[in-house]
Design a binder for this molecule. Structure first.
Ligand code: MRU
Length: 360
């Protein structure tokens, strides 16, 4: 199965299940997994079987719909009970991971739709949820495409692009965010060389980004995270494109751990670093990066995972934050589906949201 021909997250309406490409199995096996119970959906997000901010949002939207559909019959005559049960399950899914704002963004959007349907039958309410979840999925495809169209204006044929983590197709439904300009460039017949940081500790760059780009016939080179400075010094990189998990109103950006190191080195070499950011990942309620909660994960991801034997002394303390915040001063532009925001971001991001409001 070619992963580029399958949506990263989908819904099976007949079986009432969320379908995901299980990303913990990549690149060695392409496995489609069906998620039915709240626990299965929560664990798939927590364990990174489905990951990347936009894909998490779509999985949560489909997930809460699947749960609501299962509750429909039980609460046929009890609207209050249904709304309470829905809210409880929504909070449960929301607790799976804290940093990517798309998770709460999608779940809140689903709850708002339900509230609008107050007084209607459970069947009508559940249908409205289904429609909204599908709309969230379809929007993601359009949004990523638009990011690609704007992003490609920052590139030219023959450029070298560095990326960190996976903000590709596997982190969204189709084009990815940071990779979308690269896919659009390929459609134009351009040759873009892409360098993928392997991205310790969970290797999203090696297992996922290198895999999907290579499968798509893009000139792909893998490097360890500590090699990017040498690469930049050799003038191999014209631009850096990364994704994001939450962008604050001042442009500070939380993304996969290590992004801020890349950004600092890029500044040293005068290479522009762009954040590919759907507006669903921009949190205008967060004033700055200081307000962003950073997920801490199990130290075993650093000491044991991927190795046949532990590769650190048993019991040693491990520092394992999943994300870091790149200061807005290190960011050359934030590429959204409504255009490219430039510093000062407090002003330009507001303008992006005004544009969004006008177009809805
Ligand atoms: O822990 P992950 O794999 O979910 O982290 C993913 C990232 O940091 C991505 O860069 C981000 O979510 C953007 S995906 C378009």
């Amino acid at each position: 199965m070619n992963i580029m021909e399958v949506d990263t997250v989908d819904i099976d309406l007949d079986e009432n299940a969320v379908i995901i490409i299980d990303q913990t199995k990549l690149p060695n096996e392409v496995v489609l997994k069906k998620l039915r119970s709240p626990k299965e959906i929560w664990e798939a997000i927590y364990k990174l079987e489905v990951r990347g901010a936009p894909a998490i949002g779509v999985a949560a939207a489909f997930g809460i719909y699947v749960i609501a559909k299962d509750l429909e019959e039980q609460y046929k005559e009890d609207e209050e009970g249904f709304f309470l049960a829905f809210h409880k399950q929504k909070e449960y899914l929301d607790s799976a991971r804290p940093t990517a704002v798309n998770l709460s963004w999608a779940l809140n959007r689903m709850e708002k739709v339900l509230e609008k349907e107050k007084g209607k039958t459970r069947q009508k309410q559940v249908m409205a949820l289904q429609k909204e979840a599908i709309a969230i999925r379809d929007e993601d495809i359009r949004v990523c495409r638009s990011i690609g169209e704007y992003g490609v204006t920052l590139l030219k044929d023959g450029d070298g692009v560095l990326t960190h983590c996976n903000a590709g197709k596997l982190a969204t439904i189709r084009y990815g965010t940071a990779t979308s300009p690269i896919y659009v460039a390929k459609e134009k017949g351009w040759n873009i060389r892409v360098y993928c940081d392997e991205t310790r500790p969970l290797l999203q760059g090696a297992r996922l980004t290198a895999f999907e780009l290579f499968e798509s016939g893009i000139d792909t080179t893998l490097l360890c995270d500590n090699m990017s400075s040498a690469l930049m010094k050799q003038n191999k990189v014209n631009a850096i494109f990364v994704g994001c998990d939450r962008v604050a109103a001042n442009g500070d950006t939380a993304n996969k751990i290590g992004t801020s190191v890349v950004a600092a080195v890029a500044k040293q070499y005068g290479i522009p670093l762009y954040i590919a950011a759907p507006t669903s990942t921009i949190d205008m309620n967060c004033k700055s990066g200081d307000d962003i909660v950073i997920e801490e994960r199990d130290g075993k991801e650093v000491t044991d995972m991927w190795y046949e034997k532990p590769m650190a002394p048993k019991g040693v303390k491990v520092f394992n934050p999943a994300f870091d915040v790149t200061d807005h001063e290190l960011i050359a532009g934030i590429v959204t589906e409504y255009g490219i925001a430039r510093a000062p971001y407090t002003k330009s991001l507001k303008e992006i949201f005004q544009k969004k409001k006008q177009q809805i």
